[in-house]
Design a protein around this ligand. Structure first.
Ligand SMILES: Nc1ncnc2c1ncn2[C@@H]1O[C@H](COP(=O)(O)OP(=O)(O)O)[C@@H](O)[C@H]1O
Ligand SMILES: [Mg+2]
Length: 358
């Protein structure tokens, strides 16, 4: 490591030696021409001494500056780049030269500049996502609200409305209002889950028992809709998860199976262990004609065409599920094989629970 203090000291020594050399040369010249030939008076001697001393200083400063000029230039360059960064050119970099402290300083400034850029970009992205969210939400809120207001208007006027029509209007208003409530609730949950300071409340539970419990609650509802549930669970495994949130994921998937499956059909739920993860899958039937854009399923506000028209989903269910699984350092994805759609959840197992199963 060539430290800058060593370099400076070297520059001082070299300047000193150079000054001495020149001083000796001049002194010799002056001494031989003046002092040896004629006697000098004291003022002249003083002037001569001062002149020599002055020359020595100038030589020293000159040699020193020549030796360190590249460093001064580099310092100037660093200062200019820092100025640029402070003026908003985030990401601007300094060419790193050599290995001394100045090079280190440049490296650190480059790092800082890159971090500032990344932070700025991230914030802008968050801002953009928020704006998109607000505009899609406004649209989704406005549509049912407009129809509620419209029907209420009709009811208020009471012009030739028989009881049957009134009932149908009220039914529509009621269902739209319920839809709005659900949408707002899901939206609230989604924003909470995606906020940077959201914390999971993790506990150790047996995933098999949890799945059995949730499915047990849903089985009668699914059966009523013509969906039989088949399960195949591996042995009991303890996982450290936020139980409430994980139940939410399972409920969202079961609710989707209920809403979007072809009926009658079978819903398969499997759970197995793969290397160091637990893999849970939900597979339901869909009609072959249905073209599902598997990569888009987890996008916010994505709804299949048919469901969009009857507008009883927010399109947030799978986005919420994905967020929860990601907070657990897991993965969720979907795949379609002919008329079967599978949702796969992969959750990492802790070293401890792996050891317990050895
Ligand atoms: N199990 C499923 N079978 C078939 N299609 C599904 C299934 N789950 C989700 N989808 C499709 O994905 C879309 C998004 O689902 P989701 O995010 O839960 O929103 P939502 O249920 O509110 O519409 C649904 O509108 C539907 O078209
Ligand atoms: Mg859903």
């Amino acid at each position: 490591m060539r430290r800058i203090s060593v370099k400076l000291l070297l520059a001082v020594i070299i300047s000193f030696l150079a000054t001495n050399l020149i001083f000796i040369l001049i002194a010799r010249l002056v001494l031989s021409t003046y002092i040896q030939e004629e006697k000098m008076n004291i003022p002249a001697y003083n002037v001569l001494a001062f002149g020599l001393f002055f020359i020595a200083v100038v030589v020293f400063v000159f040699v020193f500056l020549v030796l360190i000029r590249s460093h001064i230039r580099y310092l100037k360059e660093i200062s200019e780049q820092v100025q640029k960064i402070s003026n908003g050119d985030l990401g601007a970099t300094i060419h790193v030269r050599g290995k001394d402290e100045l090079a280190e300083l440049s490296q650190n400034i480059n790092k800082m500049s890159a971090q500032l850029r990344a932070k700025f970009d991230r914030e802008r992205e968050i801002e953009q996502v928020k704006n998109e969210l607000i505009s899609s939400v406004s649209h989704d809120l406005r549509t049912p609200l407009t129809s509620i207001v419209g029907y209420l208007d009709l009811i208020k006027k009471r012009e030739n409305i028989d009881n049957e029509t009134l009932d149908s209007y009220l039914y529509i208003v009621d269902s739209k209002a319920n839809y709005l409530t659900d949408l707002i609730e899901e939206l609230f949950d989604y924003t909470k889950l995606t906020s940077p300071d959201f914390q999971l409340q993790r506990n150790e539970v047996d995933i098999k028992r949890l799945l059995q419990q949730v499915i047990g609650e849903y089985e009668p509802i699914l059966k009523r809709e013509g969906i039989d549930v088949h399960t195949d669970f591996a042995c009991e495994w303890n996982v450290v998860i936020d139980v409430e949130k994980m139940v939410r994921v399972f409920q969202n998937l079961l609710e989707n199976a209920k809403k979007y499956s072809k009926k009658p059909s079978v819903l398969e739920v499997n759970q197995k262990v793969q290397k160091d993860s637990i893999v849970i899958s939900f597979t339901n039937s869909i009609s072959i004609s249905e073209k599902i854009e598997v990569e888009k399923l987890f996008d916010r506000f994505y709804r299949g065409d048919e469901s969009r028209t009857d507008a009883n989903g927010s399109g947030l269910g799978l986005a919420i599920a994905k967020q929860i699984i990601q907070l657990h350092q897991g993965e969720i994805r979907a795949k379609q094989q002919h008329d079967r759609l599978t949702f796969l959840i992969k959750l990492p197992l802790t070293q401890e629970s792996l050891e317990n199963h050895m």
